[in-house]
Write a protein that binds this ligand. Structure first.
Ligand SMILES: Cc1ncc(COP(=O)(O)O)c(C=O)c1O
Length: 394
């Protein structure tokens, strides 16, 4: 058998902190490694595999569309692209769509829209206010927007025009707003920095501030969108509507696709001002269409709310059993467990050994992002493993 970690060490850029597992197959919420060992997958492709692994709806869409038309060019109309655009608009508060291939690329589209909007309507204003602890992707503009120095420092100088301010503080946004500001960009829940949920009033206050000053409110729903928090989009739970929303991850159920969506007034690109070779290709869009339709027609959002609540209750039960768990937080199937010590790696290693995949989102916290189809019985199995792993580090 090949030694894949050795091959990785020799040929691949050393950017990923890998777990010592080589995955080869998946079905539903389970995956198997090259030795045939099975795991319950609560990483879910990093909040991507919303219908789990090898779901027949996704496999059939791939097979059917793959045998018809995979890629042409955006010089031509293609039906899956337009069907998916219509479905997303009909099931959101946004009115226009552009497809790319990833989250970071969707955010790049949002930054460009904000700048163009500033040029058209705000005397050339170009600054986007973002917040500390945010994560918006790995392109050079997305790391400038990301409010975490560790992603920025090796790559300075970063593009101008991104102002990072304190999280969960309307006062910080107000004091950073100048005549150069064109937009405010937030995540409904900060996934990458540990499932941080701000004060609910915050989003309404930001919405009002943006309205008063004519600024665009951009929501990065790349992690929270497509059902992850129990509604199709998290903004539905915040009592506000964004002017621009970015999505990716769950949209293709594992096939790469991202989208920037806008209200009509924020849809300011003219012909030739944005584009993508692969973005909106028939294959990815046919899968995206199948995924969204399946979520809408099969009570998947109800499942996320019900089983997500059950997961939170189960995690809270563990909190009452283990004194070193300081907090459990989350919405739907985006949850975290915080420890009073930096024991995340140890718990993950034990979970791996016992057959559960979880993400160590911070040295002292775990994150759970199971497929949206996960059942209570699968949660029970995962919790039983987690309990054993926690008992080992007690
Ligand atoms: C909120 C948020 N924005 C943007 C991104 C970047 O997405 P991608 O890795 O697809 O470029 C992520 C990825 O984790 C994310 O969670």
């Amino acid at each position: 058998m090949s030694n894949w970690p050795e091959i990785e060490k020799k040929y691949f850029m050393p950017v990923f902190k890998r777990q010592p597992i080589v995955l080869v197959r998946g079905e539903g919420v389970r995956v198997w490694d090259e030795n045939g060992k099975g795991y319950i997958d609560f990483v879910g492709g990093w909040a991507v595999n919303c219908l789990g692994h090898a779901h027949p709806v996704i496999v059939n869409a791939l097979r059917e569309q793959g045998s018809k038309l995979i890629q042409v060019s955006n010089q031509f109309y293609t039906i899956p692209q337009l069907e998916l655009a219509e479905l997303l608009v009909r099931n959101s508060c946004l009115e226009r769509v552009f497809f790319g291939n990833s989250g970071a690329e969707a955010n790049e589209g949002a930054f460009k829209l904000a700048r163009k909007y500033g040029r058209m309507h705000l005397n050339g204003a170009y600054e986007v206010i973002t917040v500390s602890g945010s994560f918006h992707g790995r392109t050079i503009a997305a790391i400038a927007a990301t409010g975490q120095h560790k992603f920025q420092n090796p790559f300075v100088p970063l593009p101008d025009g991104f102002i990072n301010v304190d999280y969960d503080s309307i006062a910080a946004i107000k004091s950073a707003t100048t005549k150069l500001t064109c937009a405010v960009m937030l995540e409904p829940i900060q996934g990458e920095s540990g499932v941080n949920i701000p004060n609910k009033a915050y989003f309404k206050q930001v919405r009002e501030w943006c309205n008063e000053h004519g600024l665009l409110f951009i929501l990065d729903e790349i992690q929270t969108g497509v059902g992850r928090t129990g509604t199709m989009f998290a903004y539905e739970q915040l009592g506000i509507e964004p002017d621009i929303m970015t999505i990716a991850k769950g949209l293709g159920g594992g096939v790469p696709i991202g989208a920037v969506m806008t209200k009509e007034r924020a849809s300011v690109f003219a012909q030739g001002e944005h584009g993508s070779t692969f973005g909106g290709n028939p294959l990815a869009c046919a899968v995206g269409y199948a995924v969204i339709k399946y979520i809408l027609e099969n009570r998947i959002l109800e499942n996320v709310r019900e089983v997500g609540g059950y997961l939170m209750a189960s995690l809270n039960r563990l909190k009452s059993e283990f004194g070193f768990i300081t907090e459990v937080r989350g919405r739907g199937f985006l949850c975290a467990m915080q420890f009073d010590r930096e024991t995340g790696d140890e718990v993950v290693a034990s979970c791996n050994e016992l057959g559960l995949l979880v993400n160590r989102v911070k040295p002292n916290a775990l994150r759970f992002m199971p497929p949206l189809i996960t059942t209570k019985a699968e949660v029970d199995e995962a919790i039983a493993i987690l309990r054993k792993a926690l008992a080992r580090v007690r």
